[in-house]
Design a protein around this ligand. Structure first.
Ligand code: CP3
Length: 319
């Protein structure tokens, strides 16, 4: 059984697998080298030779338990024909949403636009180095995509369209070797409580049920929502990833399902001793609970790779 499945499915507490959100990317010199030669980020994601290589870069360096495919949550609007650009020091810039264009897009058009993500997944998941490791596919949750897509009138219609294509995206990732799906709802914390059922719980529940119907474990990361317990009670993911503002002792009391993550990525910018103290705190609190080690958000670009090495050693030496 793959390491994440042991924890998520078998509720194994005898060890803590580790992978790191945004592990394939900006903080690695070998990534920056490739990136320098490839100024168009979307094209880089769609270059399956390079994107599979980038996916495996952190696993060449570190003893991690999973690879996450080098892609982006914004491949979804890209696949729907929206212009998506990444500007240096600015972040993503999306063009006007053209509903007519979206309405004309069918599954075949969508898959044709982004099929090289699936090709990269196929390469990665069949690589012999991943035989005993997980390959993680992912999507952005509908609400987090809406934050980027933004449209005043047609939000509910767009939610349904997004959901339809997210299911297609999930299915293709699984068909090409993804054996865990993580749903990133990075902007869930922006919503007022009254809007959570409509924009977070209900669409995410549909997607979670869809992943479950394909017999693949699904991890949800509803970043910065105040009530993780309510989220888990309603959406029922197989595991939940917590952000660094969550009190680990409280969540341990509140939630029965396997837990992932928590450690503030800024701790990786401090020193070895602080890292040991802070990481051990999570390991100690969750020692009798199924727990996957990860951060409370993506690893920061200025992180020294040596600190990642230290972190993995701390986790491996814990039990
Ligand atoms: O985890 C991994 O290593 C796999 C690849 C991955 C990327 N983005 C590559 C990427 C994953 C899982 C994502 C998810 C993602 N993308 C999220 C959810 C997770 C989170 O961090 O909250 C969000 C909100 C996005 C949208 C996005 N993509 C933003 C805001 C940006 C620019 C700022 C940033 O974080 O870098 C991106 C670009 C992006 N996606 C880069 C990478 C490696 C940087 C591209 C570059 O080199 O300029």
């Amino acid at each position: 059984m793959k390491p994440l499945n042991k924890v998520i499915i078998n509720k194994d507490t005898s060890f803590n697998p580790i992978w790191i959100m945004r592990q394939a990317g900006r903080y690695l010199p070998e990534f920056r080298e490739i990136r320098k030669e490839n100024p168009n980020f979307i094209n880089l994601c769609l270059n399956d030779d390079l994107s599979s290589e980038i996916t495996l870069q952190p696993l060449k360096r570190f003893d991690l338990d999973a690879a996450i495919i080098f892609s982006d949550i914004l491949m979804l609007p890209y696949g729907l024909g929206q212009k998506v650009e990444f500007e240096k020091n600015f972040g993503p810039k999306l063009g006007e949403l053209n509903l007519n264009e979206i309405a004309r897009t069918d599954e075949i058009d969508f898959v044709e636009k982004i099929h090289r993500v699936y090709k990269a997944l196929k390469k990665v998941s069949s690589d012999s180095s991943l035989k005993n490791k997980n390959t993680i596919g992912f999507i952005g949750a509908p609400w987090t995509l809406l934050v980027y897509i933004k449209d005043e009138f047609l939000i509910n219609r767009i939610l349904l369209i997004i959901e339809k294509f997210l299911k297609i995206h999930i299915k293709n990732q699984i068909d090409n070797g993804a054996n865990v799906i993580q749903i990133f709802d990075s902007w869930a914390g922006l919503l007022e409580e009254k809007d959570l059922p409509n924009y977070v719980y209900s669409p995410t529940l549909n997607l979670v049920n869809y992943v479950k119907s394909l017999n693949v474990p699904v991890i949800c990361f509803p970043r910065e929502i105040k009530n993780y317990k309510e989220f888990c009670d309603i959406v029922k993911p197989d595991a939940v990833s917590i952000d660094y503002n969550v009190d680990p002792k409280k969540i341990l009391r509140d939630i029965k399902i396997p837990i992932q993550g928590g450690l503030d990525p800024k701790i990786l910018l401090t020193d070895k001793e602080t890292l040991k103290k802070e990481a051990s705190n999570y390991l100690e609190i969750f020692k009798d609970h199924p727990y996957i080690f990860n951060l409370g958000h993506g690893i920061l670009p200025e992180t020294n790779p040596e600190m990642v090495e230290n972190l993995i050693k701390i986790v491996r030496d814990f039990k």
